[in-house]
Design a protein around this ligand. Structure first.
Ligand code: SF4
Length: 370
């Protein structure tokens, strides 16, 4: 979706990066004393979620840049850290939880990068293994048309040996990243889905073929890759369609390039349902066999999740028997059923993923730090 208006927080109005972003923006620009005017603009729209994707607000991150991923109680979480560089997204997936997460939802980009760098330096100095990503409250690469964020982060992470950065996207904005000296400390990651789900539920995103082609170009430049089958959507014929997606993945990407692959079935807080029904009346995505999980999120009935997970895992294992395959927010029963082991059998999920990052990104020079 095209950004049609730019608001600038007066506190960052005379910062060099503000001028740089303004020079790449073609549309009305307004400096505001507080965020209230931006929120009022978005809230007054007929579809505030849509308007929130068309209005970019440049401001400061007034909280911490590095945050612990909230995870979910009762399900196995992976100890990931979030790098909070901005919020919301210019693409428009029907199932996007961000639609009901922010009130109101606004595309914000944070400019106080001296604070970001100070927090990173502090973390790097601990010399302990960490995995982190920018793709939790936004898509990691949507900022490329206006900013040099990814380049700066890739260079920053290349200068240390204990943290892996994951840039997760549904775009193909990789041209400016290909020739950077990344030292394999940055993982470029794509969310994958079936052609049908991408076509009907992921508006404004790159096609499956385009995502895989972008991933192959990054692999050719030595970047480690990751893939996320998330959200897995259950509908008639989905097993064959997910198998087809797996086939297409391994037709262009050799397993040795892949750090990890995650699987996560569609899940959402109950209040998202009304948003999807109103914004995407043609979408059937919220009408599956859902039950409320222990964390209050709606999930497919467990036997259905296990069945589709078994099918996808089997297809992946046929091509990449040793790849680190994990579930986002599932319990031991699901792990055992679909993968044949529980995270605890391998030292826990955090340990599994840290070890994969050590191996593939060369953290700790290939061995775990203390
Ligand atoms: S790409 Fe990700 S962040 Fe953007 S709308 Fe889709 S789910 Fe939301």
């Amino acid at each position: 979706m095209r950004v049609v208006a730019l608001y600038i927080d007066a506190q960052v109005a005379d910062w060099p990066e503000t001028a740089s972003i303004c020079s790449r923006f073609d549309g009305p620009i307004k400096t505001v004393a507080t965020a209230d005017e931006v929120y009022a603009d978005v809230a007054a729209a007929k579809d505030p979620v849509r308007r929130g994707k068309q209005v970019l607000y440049l401001t400061r991150n007034k909280g911490a840049y590095i945050r612990q991923c909230p995870g979910t109680s009762h399900y196995t979480c992976c100890g990931y850290k979030i790098l909070h560089v901005g919020t919301f997204c210019t693409m428009d997936c029907t199932y996007c939880i961000l639609q009901s997460y922010f009130h109101p939802p606004v595309l914000q980009y944070f400019l106080n990068h001296a604070d970001l760098n100070a927090e990173l330096e502090q973390l790097f100095a601990t010399r302990t293994i960490h995995r982190m990503g920018t793709g939790e409250f936004t898509d990691s690469l949507i900022w490329e048309p206006w900013t040099g964020l990814s380049e700066a982060l890739i260079r920053k992470f290349a200068g240390q040996d204990c943290c892996a950065l994951e840039l997760k996207t549904k775009t193909t904005f990789i041209d400016t990243l290909l020739d950077l000296p990344h030292r394999r400390r940055t993982i470029l990651a794509w969310s994958l889905n079936t052609e049908r789900v991408i076509g009907s539920e992921e508006q404004g995103t790159a096609s499956l073929g385009a995502r895989l082609n972008a991933a192959a170009r990054c692999a050719a430049q030595g970047y480690p890759l990751a893939f996320h089958f998330d959200p897995v959507v259950i509908n008639d014929g989905c097993e064959a369609e997910y198998r087809r997606t797996v086939e297409r993945l391994f037709a262009v990407i050799a397993p040795r390039h892949i750090v990890w692959i995650s699987l996560g079935a569609l899940r959402f807080m109950p209040d998202l349902k009304a948003v999807v029904q109103s914004r995407f009346p043609q979408s059937k995505i919220v009408y599956g066999e859902f039950i409320a999980g222990l964390d209050g999120k709606m999930r497919y009935f467990k036997p259905l999740r296990m069945k589709i997970y078994r099918a996808i895992a089997q297809a992946i294992r046929a091509h990449a028997p040793d790849v680190c395959l994990y579930f986002c927010m599932e319990d031991d029963e699901v792990w055992q059923d679909a993968l044949g082991f529980r995270p605890a059998d391998r030292g826990g999920l955090t340990r599994m993923l840290d070890d994969a990052a050590v191996r593939q990104c060369g953290l700790g020079n290939g061995s775990r730090l203390g």
